[in-house]
Design a protein. Structure first.
Length: 422
């Protein structure tokens, strides 16, 4: 691995770090923001306003990125995020919660799309053999942003906290512009051809992708809803000071970042990603169960959930891209992001209402979602393995010039490198 490649991996991973700091800020500063705006619903509303627009924007921007690359799209996305943070600073200054919520809405419009834009940078600036490592480091950077927010923001007042985030986002934009100038450009004449090719690929996504996507959607919806209330939930359930609850959240995000990095090696082993996903789901289930029974303490809960999410997210993303087939790195994840936010938009308000009865009831809801997802994914694994064992209907070599029908689009019949799959 050359020095230039290492530099690219590190810089690309750091590009979204300030954005995840912003995403986590409401959870970390929940008590201060609620008091400042005198609104008990600000916390849940801010996360709902991120989830709602992401239903449409995540898949839309991902399709655009896959079709036309990112030459000017990534800088535009980052500029919108900077504008959202600026609205938050102004809203705190004038004490207007509606301006604050509008800033959160702008993040929802394009915040998750930055991950898809990162994948385009990896594709353009790094060789194929380094992609798995680069994705692992990028996911690590994603969680490192949340951990950094937990370390920095509690030590600052509200305005200065968001000014720090804005400064980091501006630096990120400068780096993105440099990459944008050096990225591949696509002539306008090719747009229609590229879009037609992309839509053709989307129609050929195999069924196993959508089954696996159901697991990822249910799992991530439960985890994101938990994260939207984690500090408040741990503070209430374990009757601990806010500072201790914030420290537990830092433990969770830091461990997720480390596990994301380690998960980059899972692809070198047969069934490595699948094993990581299974273990991760089990860790999260135990975390929710222990939290429901208030045992043994908040740091073990954060450790289990941190490990679990780190194991599932990166490896499940790799499996989704593999199931979807080539040329759909952004769209394969964009579809999942959109649907998981659709589910989260309904779950977050429900979580708020359940917390009024007993905060522990939310843990049961999160547990049920993960178990349902795991049952669905178990079916997907069985179907996928059975399909791989079914021999092709027609085996011919490339030299025969005969088109071959596939048992299932996107499947690769192992040990038959000379077979065309149509």
């Amino acid at each position: 691995m050359s020095f230039i490649s290492i530099l690219h991996i590190i810089v690309i991973a750091l590009l979204v770090l300030p954005n995840t700091m912003y995403f986590a800020s409401v959870n970390i500063l929940s008590e201060g923001l609620s008091q400042h705006f005198n609104s008990s619903n600000l916390h849940s509303l801010s996360y709902t306003l991120i989830s709602a627009p992401s239903i449409i924007s995540a898949i839309t921007f991902s399709l655009i990125l896959d079709a036309f690359k990112f030459n000017i799209i990534f800088p535009i996305i980052q500029s919108i995020l900077i504008l959202g943070t600026a609205f938050n600073i102004v809203s705190i200054k004038v004490t207007n919660q509606y301006l604050f919520l509008f800033g959160r809405f702008l993040y929802g419009v394009c915040g998750e799309t930055t991950l898809a834009a990162q994948s385009q940078l990896i594709d353009q600036f790094l060789p194929q053999k380094l992609h798995s490592t680069a994705f692992a480091v990028c996911f690590c950077g994603y969680m490192a942003g949340e951990a950094l927010a937990g370390l920095i923001l509690p030590k600052l007042d509200l305005i200065n906290g968001y000014i720090v985030i804005l400064s980091f986002q501006t630096l990120s934009l400068a780096l993105i512009l440099i990459y944008s100038i050096k990225s591949k450009t696509i002539e306008k004449a090719n747009f229609k051809i590229l879009l037609k090719d992309l839509l053709a690929k989307l129609t050929k996504i195999p069924a196993v992708y959508f089954i696996l996507a159901c697991f990822r959607i249910l799992f991530t919806a439960s985890k994101s809803t938990y994260d939207s209330r984690s500090i408040i939930a741990l503070k209430t359930i374990y009757n601990i000071p806010l500072e201790i609850s914030q420290q537990a959240q830092i433990v969770q995000t830091s461990l997720s970042a480390v596990v994301f990095l380690i998960s980059g090696i899972s692809g070198f082993f047969k069934f490595g990603p699948e094993i990581f996903v299974i273990l991760g789901a089990l860790f999260c289930c135990f975390g929710y169960i222990f939290c429901y029974f208030s045992i043994p303490n908040q740091f073990l809960i954060s450790t289990l959930i941190g490990f679990g999410f780190g194991m599932v997210a990166a490896n499940c993303s790799a499996l989704l891209v593999k199931r979807a087939g080539g040329g759909l790195a952004s769209s394969a994840l964009g579809v999942v992001f959109s649907l998981q936010y659709l589910l989260s938009t309904g779950i977050i308000p429900l979580s708020r209402e359940l917390s009024k009865i007993d905060e522990k009831d939310n843990m049961i809801m999160y547990l049920i979602l993960v178990i349902l997802g795991f049952i669905v994914w178990s079916g997907e694994m069985i179907i996928y393995k059975l399909q791989k064992r079914i021999p092709p209907t027609n085996l011919v070599t490339e030299g025969d010039g005969i088109e071959v029908s596939a048992v299932d689009q996107g499947l690769i019949y192992e040990n038959h490198d000379t077979v065309n799959w149509i």
